[in-house]
Design a protein around this ligand. Sequence first.
Ligand code: A2R
Length: 322
Amino acid sequence: MRVLITGITGFVGSHLAEHSLVQGAEVVGSLRWRSKTEHIDHLRDRLALVESDLRDLFSVRTLLERARPDYVVHLAAQSFVAASWETPAETLWTNAISQINLFEAMRQLGSTARFLVIGSSEEYGLVYPDELPIRETNPLRPLSPYAVSKVTQDLMGWQYFKSYGMHIVRARAFNHTGPRRGETFATSNFAKQVAEIEAGLRAPVVYVGDLKPTRDFSDVRDIVRGYWQLLERGAPGEVYNLCSGVDWSIERVLSFLIGHSTTPRIDIRQDPARLRPSDVPILRGSREKIERALGWRTTIPLETTLGDLLEYWRRRVRPRAS
Ligand code: A2R
């Protein structure tokens, strides 16, 4: 069994690579010449890595010829919602065209690999209170260029399944976090600030954006286990939410991290630069469909995830402080 993981150097890619190896799979990852490899350096001798920019069809074709995968998990993306308002065209191009390139190269090469499309809860966007919890049948009302790019990926997946009978399963993962989460994401950013305060690298003030929105957080290690199960047993053409079914406000996440700090008093200050043009106020999902189909459910409490995230940042920050 050979799995191709695009975006293997990213947050989720590194965790999925670990999980795939535990499953006994041969892992091939795509990366760019300038990609940082710190998240996968510990796995380097157990991975095959192929250089590829997925926006380039020629490059994608070469990647697939080299990888000859049984499974493809397409994680590579411009993954940051906030950045998508600054770079809407780049976000759409990277996220939508890269996936089309993969589909077209697979068609050209006659690949029958199983393909997992990585969508997002952001696709649901504006959700009214009587529409909670969010099911796969909820309307898609994307509120950011990123969300539109993910709707496009999702629906292109559906279209290639219908048009060409490709084995494509679609995942809509709600927020996930854990060690190695990029520092632009709120959970990780807060944990990093707390770790830097503890190490004496900054004043005891955490800078925040809007704390009111609530999100349905899962641990990334639960999410990659779900992705693997979807590859193995997900129904082609179908779409599945991956979520915990519980939402936490961003404020509660922050309070948890500050509450677990060794620094007795930390202040909170709003930074207008961290506010978004239109933020989704509440995201809470239903995982009923995937649980019924595959028996998948989250197992790691968010408290554990946030504790691990804080530890991760403490380990990274300490060498700078000494
Ligand atoms: O930017 P790089 O070179 O470090 O690689 C990133 C990769 N990537 C690309 N790879 C090939 N060609 C491209 N044009 C291209 N653009 C980006 O995607 C990196 O390895 C990965 C993204 O990693 P993260 O930003 O850490 O995202 P994360 O959290 O792992 O998200 C995985 C998936 C994405 O589809 C998100 O939209 C979704 O989960 O939430």
